[in-house]
Design a protein around this ligand. Structure first.
Ligand code: GDP
Ligand code: FE
Ligand code: FE
Length: 201
């Protein structure tokens, strides 16, 4: 049965097995909860459920790879040089987005971009990408100050939810004394300028 055609000829069971074998039980459970939350949003916003389900199931598949394997893959997959020395936080999405092309034969640009962008967002996010980004941070297992508010906003205005969560992440990173990736800042600027333009329309 090919329930994910035309996005992949792999079955749901094959997708689930290929991802879950790379992850701890705990992180795989997170992926299933992201799928659940993402499907709620897909139904609400009338977005293709196959694309959203696939993107959610695979998004963190490289999260537990060693840093050596991630950085080596960054070169093999020809990611831009600024990615090469990044840590797992920044690399796991872009690497997963290449891995699913190679191993699951997923070539749909909305799914590929959504997985690539799921941690840092993107300058021109599709609805699939926005839904994955938001579902990742608001799945039912997430518990941080502001998560209820983020969930509420996500069903009212998905763009607002993306900006709310970007702000939340950057504010969190500032408290952690860690470098903020240049793309994170640039994407935040793009999104906040889009928001400003909408307000002034
Ligand atoms: P997860 O994979 O489900 O845990 O969620 P994400 O992929 O969204 O996030 C992974 C981690 O990356 C989170 O802890 C974020 O705080 C962190 N992160 C996001 N943007 C940046 C950044 O620009 N720099 C750094 N150092 N970390 C970031
Ligand atoms: Fe992630
Ligand atoms: Fe995740």
């Amino acid at each position: 049965m090919c329930e994910y055609e035309p996005f992949t000829v792999c079955t749901r069971t094959e997708v689930m097995e290929s991802v879950s074998q790379q992850l701890s039980k705990k992180r795989w459970a997170h992926c299933l909860r992201v799928e659940e939350q993402a499907l709620k949003l897909a139904k609400h916003y009338d977005v293709n459920e196959k694309q959203v389900s696939l993107a959610a199931l695979v998004h963190d598949l490289a999260k537990e790879w060693s840093i050596e394997k991630l950085q080596e893959s960054a070169k093999l997959y020809r990611l831009p040089e600024r990615f090469w020395n990044q840590g797992s936080e920044i690399l796991h999405g872009p690497i997963a987005s290449n891995w699913i092309q190679e191993h699951l034969h997923i070539h749909d640009s909305q799914i590929i971009d959504a997985v690539f962008e799921h941690t840092i967002g993107g300058h021109q996010m599709s609805m699939v990408s926005k839904i994955l980004f938001v579902a990742d941070a608001t799945e039912q297992g997430r518990d941080y100050p502001g998560v209820e508010e983020a969930r509420r906003i996500s069903f009212e205005n998905i763009d607002e939810a993306v900006v709310y969560l970007m702000k939340h992440t950057i504010a969190f990173l500032l408290t952690k004394d860690v470098p903020i990736f240049e793309d994170t800042i640039q994407i935040y600027n793009t999104l906040i300028q889009k928001k400003e333009r909408k307000i002034n329309e």
